[in-house]
Design a protein around this ligand. Structure first.
Ligand code: 5GP
Length: 206
């Protein structure tokens, strides 16, 4: 049975990306509530916290100086600059969770996701989309930003959506509960893959 042996970390890694306005954060929150064994990878960022965001839970909010030092020490498995702010995923935290058998969700944008794919080819890549272009426009308009800013944000969203083409799964988020159901289904199906059970199956034939 050696041909089905795969060399992968024990935890399952799920990477989710979405343009702003797709509702990705709400989906992740629900999944974490449903599956207490699943962990969320808390990124570091140099952007200031938004109201309600908690340091160490939503992000590690750090200065640019600290972030640059962390880059120099090779602490990030990937990092990007997004609208002038830096975002990065900790190598150590990721490895620690996966190696202790925890499943892990990363909420990162597509450039970072691509870099993660290089290091973790067994990761499961999920892209969350708004139900349609008109709905995306409507959701962005609700932010009440001035026209030029809204236009830039829309363009950035469309550029990101192009990246959806290389992800493993797509979820159109029309209704939150249905989108959560789909994410849950993907998670359970991926957990049920034969190649995750090599040892358990082999135990029947001892
Ligand atoms: P926000 O500032 O709205 O929380 O996040 C902006 C974007 O940065 C989102 O698309 C989010 O998924 C992404 N992001 C958050 N943390 C990371 C990270 O560690 N690495 C990368 N590449 N993107 C991240």
């Amino acid at each position: 049975m050696s041909e089905i042996l795969v060399d992968e970390p024990r935890g399952l890694l799920m990477i989710m990306s979405a343009p702003s306005g797709a509702g990705k954060t709400s989906i992740a929150r629900e999944i974490l509530r449903m599956f207490p064994g699943v962990r969320f990878s808390v990124s570091s960022t140099t952007r200031p916290p938004r109201p309600g965001e908690v340091n160490g839970e939503d992000y590690h909010f750090v200065s640019e100086e600290t972030f640059r030092e962390q880059i120099a020490r090779g602490e990030f498995v990937e990092w990007v600059e997004n609208y002038g702010r830096l975002y990065g995923t900790s190598k150590k935290t990721m490895a620690a969770y996966l190696e202790t058998g925890h499943d892990l969700i990363l909420d990162i944008e597509p450039r970072g996701a691509k870099a993660i794919r290089e290091h973790y080819p067994h990761g499961v890549f999920v892209f969350v989309l708004p139900p349609s272009l008109s709905e995306l426009k409507a959701r962005l308009a609700k932010r009440g930003e001035e026209a030029a800013v809204a236009q830039r944000r829309l363009q950035a969203s469309l550029d990101e959506i192009r990246e959806a083409l290389w992800y493993d799964y797509i979820i159109f988020n029309e209704r939150l509960n249905e989108a959560v159901d789909r994410f849950r289904a993907i998670y359970i199906a991926e957990k049920s893959r034969r190649d995750r059970f090599h040892d358990k199956i082999a135990a029947f034939f001892k």
